[in-house]
Design a protein around this ligand. Structure first.
Ligand SMILES: CCCCCCC/C=C/C(=O)SCCNC(=O)CCNC(=O)[C@H](O)C(C)(C)COP(=O)(O)OP(=O)(O)OC[C@H]1O[C@@H](n2cnc3c(N)ncnc32)[C@H](O)[C@@H]1OP(=O)(O)O
Length: 719
């Protein structure tokens, strides 16, 4: 796991060999200890270079090992001994030096980086802190403010920025190992004391307390409820105020608290869940690593509304030429200006030039004859979408992939009106599509494995986190949203207010509570869907008992809000009031309070005091319960896929892992008991009835989430 060679007759070259990222597994730590001993004790060796195999220095500690008992040599004393050695050690950094990987580089006496390398201490994103001396050495090297920023955010820096900050001594475009060996030879016989970071004093800013206070406040605002960034601040404070020997003890204490926290487990689960999500498998046996995606050079986007614009930008900025189609000249011109503006701002932010030459705008579908792939992003109306797909089927060459950005309509029904159902697939982007990372790739029963592979690979190229899901109303994300938001509106009937429910959900860690999120998305969309499904509006049978539809409980409050023209932020009024149409500053509205009171008295509902716990349990357990049904139905292949969708598409707090991980952490027995309790109280709410899979998992002793798949016996997978 660490190869030893003698080069130039006097330099020991130690190469970490643990693909794919040379993480510091127990075997690698053992290898480093052994090879360093050999280098330090061999009189022929005058200097040491440490590098990583396959163009990657080191991706840090082996995160998989965190779940089990600690084995092998502990990292911290190993690193301290490298720094203390009497022969110069040079880190040759290629690819990445992250987390423990950068901490390893920091104990080397010199650091040479390749120009394309990235460096950082991302432990905070895993719910941890750089506990192999990183919080004590980095501030000594680059000062408190810069170290604090890097450690609390986990941001990666380029080698050029690392050079400016003083993290590395040299950046090269040549072979970094060869450069490091030459560097090491020149370093022999130079004094090492000033190169041992632990021995340096910290350059402490005069306004330390004010700085730490400002960063703490920023964290409380941005990373609400997260422990790790706050612990990082405390560790850096220790670096500033204590000698190294005490600071390092403080670092270990803080790490011990984080290491065993639910937050660290959740964030590490998220790390792997995100990587697992791309690994789809079909019942036919075809899967992500044996199906070749098609290369997409040109694409078309139909419809230049909010979604279409964001999709066009996401395509063009990764080098795909885009033909954008609108139905009328004025809309096309507005769309053109918006897309160009978005692309220019995006390019400026990334420090690259905007690829405007890749864009073409047209009013004619005829122009799409030769594109590799089309993404339809017209109004969410099945009849309209079918017309578009029929037309595309006639116009486009037979090999063109036809994709729909529908957020919940039947993808197979669209495939059915074309001459190529195997090339039809859903690509459900989230708004704004050039910002949001999530892409649900909706596989119809007839979508071919090549089509799925192409959509997934295109998503990755567009820098999205892509999750393959099956075809059912609402797919995964929007299907689960209904039971969640239904519980919130039932709670309004019973005595809660929108602001109370939102505060509880936001304190839990959601980016936005359910009502603020609905105001942002627009309340009219759901209202139209409810009218079309006969749940509200003139088509409802007047003999229907109040607050019941289609044999189950129904809350008409959202319809009443819409009837008043309150469609959310865009109209300046919704569940909240805003300063102006399009305003974002939500204030509680006495008119909503009034509406709720009138409603309750009309139906003789005595408002009761609702606890925060009840709000969390009812909203989140109803959400997870639908997730269990989705797993049973084969619409999602794994709980990880659902959790990734909720983190990246619906603002579920990452440090809680996602709805399914949260349910597993709370304990499936408790989730089942609470659902049974609430279902008994509300037998006309089917979403509260515990799913068979949940019952089965509890009966099997509540296995850990990674084992749930073994208990899912899906009749037919929809993937
Ligand atoms: C009480 C204990 C005290 C111990 C003190 C410990 C102090 C140090 C802590 C740490 O170092 S924590 C780890 C910090 N490092 C990171 O967070 C880096 C994580 N990795 C990445 O960001 C990326 O993987 C990458 C290195 C930038 C490479 O990205 P790329 O897109 O090229 O590949 P991926 O698909 O992400 O990864 C490939 C493959 O490798 C697995 N993997 C990556 N990093 C690690 C790791 N550090 N440990 C274990 N496994 C890792 C990743 O999961 C992929 O495998 P599969 O999941 O696809 O099988």
């Amino acid at each position: 796991m660490a190869r030893y060679e003698l080069v130039k007759r006097s330099v020991a070259l130690i190469t970490l060999t643990n693909p794919p990222v040379n993480s510091l597994s127990s075997a690698v730590r053992h290898g480093i200890a052994k090879t360093m001993d050999r280098a330090l004790s061999d009189p022929k060796v005058t200097a040491v270079v440490i590098c990583g195999e396959n163009g990657r220095f080191c991706g840090g500690a082996d995160i998989r090992e965190f779940a089990g008992p600690m084995r092998g040599p502990p990292l911290l004393p190993l690193l301290d001994s490298i720094e203390a050695g009497e022969k110069p050690v040079v880190a040759a950094i290629e690819g990445v030096a992250l987390g423990g990987g950068l901490e390893l580089a920091l104990v080397c006496h010199y650091r040479i980086a390749h120009s394309k390398a990235r460096l950082g201490l991302p432990e905070v994103t895993l719910g941890l802190l750089p506990a192999a001396g990183g919080t004590q050495r980095l501030p000594r090297l680059i000062g408190i403010p810069a170290a604090l920023e890097l450690i609390t955010t986990g941001r990666h820096v380029s080698s050029q920025e690392a050079l400016k900050l003083g993290i590395v001594d040299q950046v090269t475009e040549q072979n970094v190992c060869e450069v490091a060996v030459e560097f090491a030879l020149r370093a022999v016989a130079k004094p090492l004391s000033s190169r041992r970071l632990s021995a340096l004093t910290v350059p402490c800013p005069p306004d330390l307390d004010a700085l730490l206070e400002a960063v703490t406040m920023q964290i409380q605002k941005k990373a609400r409820g997260m422990m790790a960034p706050l612990a990082c601040v405390q560790a850096v404070r220790a670096a500033a105020t204590m000698p190294y020997s005490q600071g390092i003890k403080r670092e270990s204490e803080l790490m011990a608290t984080l290491f065993n926290s639910g937050q660290a487990r959740a964030l590490q689960y998220c790390f792997f869940a995100e990587r697992t999500a791309g690994k789809w498998t079909l019942p036919s046996g075809a899967q992500w690593n044996d199906t070749k995606p098609r290369e997409i050079r040109s694409a078309a986007v139909i419809g230049l509304g909010t979604m279409g614009r964001g999709i066009a930008v996401s395509l063009a900025r990764v080098g795909i030429s885009v033909i954008a189609v609108e139905s009328d000249k004025k809309l096309m011109e507005t769309g053109r200006q918006m897309v160009i503006g978005m692309l220019e701002r995006d390019a400026k932010r990334r420090g690259v030039s905007a690829s405007l030459n890749l864009l073409k705008f047209t009013l004619s579908l005829q122009d799409l004859k030769d594109v590799d792939l089309v993404i339809e992003a017209v109004f969410e109306d099945m009849a309209l979408k079918k017309r578009v797909f029929q037309e595309l089927s006639k116009l486009c060459r037979p090999t063109t992939l036809l994709c729909s950005n529908t957020s919940g309509l039947d993808v197979d029904a669209l495939a059915g009106v074309t001459d190529r159902p195997q090339l039809v697939i859903g690509m459900h982007f989230f708004s704004p599509a050039h910002v949001m990372k999530l892409l649900e790739v909706v596989c119809g029963p007839r979508s071919s494995s090549e089509t799925i592979a192409t959509a997934m690979s295109l998503g990755k190229r567009m820098e999205k986190v892509s999750v393959a899901v099956g075809n059912c109303p609402g797919f995964v994300g929007n299907r689960m949203l209904k039971p969640y938001s239904d519980q919130a509106t039932f709670l309004l009937e019973e005595g809660a207010t929108p602001e109370q429910i939102d505060k509880v959900l936001e304190d839990f860690g959601f980016a936005m509570g359910v009502f603020r999120m609905s105001d942002l998305a627009g309340l009219d969309v759901g209202w139209r869907v409810r009218k079309e499904s006969g749940l509200t509006g003139p088509d409802v049978d007047p003999k229907n008992p109040p607050r019941r539809r289609q044999g189950r409980k129904y809350c008409p409050i959202p319809d009443m809000v819409c009837e008043q023209g309150r469609f959310g932020q865009k109209t300046g009024r919704g569940w909240y009031m805003y300063d102006k149409p399009g305003g974002t500053n939500a204030k509680p509205d006495p008119l909503i309070q009034n509406l709720l009171e009138t409603y309750r008295s009309r139906y003789g509902i005595k408002p009761r005091n609702i606890t925060d716990q009840e709000i969390i349990d009812r909203c989140l357990f109803a959400l997870a319960n639908e997730g269990f049904r989705i797993l049973e139905d084969g619409i999602a292949a794994r709980p990880e896929d659902i959790d990734v969708i909720y983190q990246f598409g619906y603002g579920f707090p990452r440090h809680r892992g996602g709805p399914m991980f949260y349910a597993s952490m709370v304990g499936l027995e408790r989730v089942l008991e609470r659902l049974e309790h609430y279902h008994q109280a509300h037998p006309d709410v089917p979403h509260l009835e515990p799913s068979p899979l949940l019952k089965k998992l509890v009966a099997c002793g509540s296995p850990p989430i990674q084992k749930w798949r073994e208990h899912i016996k899906t009749m037919h997978s929809h993937l």
